[in-house]
Design a protein around this ligand. Structure first.
Ligand code: SAM
Length: 322
């Protein structure tokens, strides 16, 4: 795996991360320069975590399960050949999904249940759709939407490989899809918005993000994210829950979006505290000239230096009024 060279980070990105992290900035840089741990998620639709572990250990792999309540999350402790994780028979059979630990947390926070109606608004390549299907035990219905045709193909092949049978795949702009579903009077139990973002949290595994990063993308995406969220909120049933997540650190795409949604839907929305099995930090209370509403702090920031994961942001909401 190519490692990140922090010399490739742009000066404005460094300035912003220093502002976010203060004295912790050097720890952050050290963490993103380290190779990330490799993790897989057992696909419980096809095999139990204990059977998968036995099978993989029989091949000589060393696996650890760090989270008692989530035995499906496994870390590969030994060296593997390049590409071995994706080439193994167990992967081809859909017994596991190669997924970074932080990326598993939004679905753990969403906690989808059997028989629910769930919308996964930005779904490709399907890590979280397949995880949702596992938790729903292939019951109920998931609408998994994605705007990019190329990525839809990967989403479809991953859901098929993992034996998911409760999914309907749609190809639409997420906001437009929600407007159409609203006319049909749908009320979703749960919605996941794993939004398109500037990807700052993935620098560790995708170093080229450092070269592609620019502030205009951050600003443009924050508009897209707010639009996706407002439209999704209108098709959530009363009492239903939305998880908003990104794999980026920039406040404009995170607390900025959360703050604007809490303002737009005042009286109808409540942000919820979340329980995730790794160390996380509260949402920040201000950025540049903007002060955020107090409840924004119930969002979770996940930094690579805290628990050896990638960077993520997760916030969970409940619809309390129409
Ligand atoms: N949830 C996915 C997973 O866990 O595998 C990852 C989603 S990725 C962070 C964001 C996705 O949103 C990308 O596949 C991107 O093509 C898609 N996207 C971008 N703009 C969109 C839009 N307006 N509506 C729906 N999807 C969009």
């Amino acid at each position: 795996m190519t490692r990140l060279d922090s010399a490739n980070l742009k000066p404005l990105f460094i300035e912003r991360m220093k502002e976010l992290l203060g004295d912790d900035f050097d720890n952050y840089i050290e963490a993103i320069e380290r190779e990330p741990p490799r993790s897989i998620r057992c696909n419980t639709l096809k095999i139990s975590p204990s059977d998968l572990k036995k099978r993989l250990e029989a091949k000589g792999w060393k696996l650890s399960q760090k989270f008692k309540k989530n035995p499906e999350i496994m870390i590969i402790e030994n060296e593997l050949e390049p590409g071995e994780l994706g080439r193994s028979v167990e992967h081809v059979l859909g017994y596991y999904y190669v997924q970074e630990i932080a990326s598993m947390l939004p679905v753990i926070a969403l906690n989808p249940k059997p028989d629910e109606l769930v919308l996964d608004l930005c779904a490709a390549p399907g890590s979280k759709t397949t995880q949702i299907a596992s938790l729903m035990k292939n019951t109920g219905t998931i609408i998994a939407n994605e705007v990019s045709l190329g990525r839809i193909k990967i989403l479809a092949s991953n859901t098929e490989r993992c034996g998911v049978t409760n999914v309907v795949i749609t190809k639409q702009d997420g906001a437009a899809l929600c407007r159409k579903l609203k006319k049909l009077d749908y009320g979703f139990d749960k919605i996941l918005i794993d939004a398109p973002c500037s990807g700052e949290g993935t620098l560790r595994s995708t170093p080229k993000t450092a070269i592609m990063w620019n502030i205009n993308t951050v600003r443009k995406l924050s508009g897209v994210q707010k639009d996706l969220f407002s439209n999704a909120f209108s098709i959530l049933k009363k009492g239903g829950e939305i998880v908003y997540s990104t794999c980026t650190h920039s406040p404009e795409e995170n607390e900025g979006v959360v703050n604007s949604i809490l303002e737009e839907f005042k009286g109808q929305i409540k942000i919820e505290r979340i329980n995730i099995p790794i160390k996380s930090r509260e949402g920040i209370s201000k950025w540049k000239e903007r002060e955020y509403l107090e409840d924004v702090k119930y969002s979770c920031r996940i930094y690579p230096q805290d628990d050896e994961t990638e960077g993520f942001f997760i916030a969970k909401f409940r619809k309390v009024g129409d």
